[in-house]
Write a protein of this length. Structure first.
Length: 225
């Protein structure tokens, strides 16, 4: 009788040992799986650049003529099965030249990406674009499609000119900022500078700011000849 009880206890003990082993193996497998997933996440291709360079200065030519000049403090090149791109995490300056090597537009931003296969650029954070006349576009996101030779954004934009400040949502233009359109204009402020003060005034210059209608909003940005 005592022998039967002893055998029964031993069987129960063995069952618990086997269950504990299976449970331990399951926990170990789950932990290893999680660790592998974490390792894969930490070593994702997009997080490890193939090439890294600093103080970049590059010329882009067309038929032997310089068309663009690129300057950036840092360049990271990423290559994955899905896409490849160049990243400029510390900002970028891009200058466009005409056939006479005169500057016709420029773009600066605190961050940018270049998608080489798509021939597409994205400039983000404190984006400033200017044309040869000095008209300035400010926004937080600007996209440039090289083949279509156009730039655009769906974000808030501000255009600063010598005599006016124009604001709105959404913007499209050619890459030289010669012909542009704001999709949803919000308003225009006209600034008039009078060099000679009226009689009795002591100010050297008087600035008058008025709210005006936005009918002139779509006027092209003429470039200096």
């Amino acid at each position: 009788m005592n022998q039967q009880k002893s055998d029964s206890k031993r069987q129960i003990y063995n069952i618990f040992r086997i269950a504990a082993l299976f449970l331990g193996a399951a926990i170990l497998f789950y932990a290893c799986k999680n660790d592998l997933e974490k390792i894969k996440a930490f070593t994702a291709p997009e997080e490890l650049p193939l090439i890294e360079a600093t103080n970049i200065k590059t010329l882009f030519t067309d038929s032997g003529e310089v068309r663009f000049f690129l300057k950036a403090p840092r360049l990271l090149n990423f290559e994955t099965t899905e896409k490849s791109f160049n990243e400029f995490p510390e900002g970028i300056e891009l200058i466009e030249y005409d056939e006479n090597q005169q500057i016709i537009s420029s773009i600066t931003a605190d961050y940018a990406r270049q998608f080489e296969k798509e021939k597409k650029w994205e400039a983000k954070n404190n984006v400033i674009a200017t044309n040869a006349r000095g008209d300035t576009l400010k926004t937080e996101l600007l996209i440039w499609e090289e083949e279509a030779e156009k730039i655009y954004t769906e974000e808030f934009v501000k255009i600063i000119r010598a005599d006016q400040i124009i604001t709105g949502i959404g913007f499209t233009s050619d890459q030289s900022l010669q012909n542009w359109r704001i999709k949803d204009p919000k308003g225009t402020i006209y600034i008039n500078l009078e060099n000679e003060p009226a009689e009795g005034e002591t100010e050297t210059n008087k600035t008058k700011i008025e709210n005006k209608p936005v009918e002139r909003l779509k006027r092209p940005l003429e470039l200096q000849e």
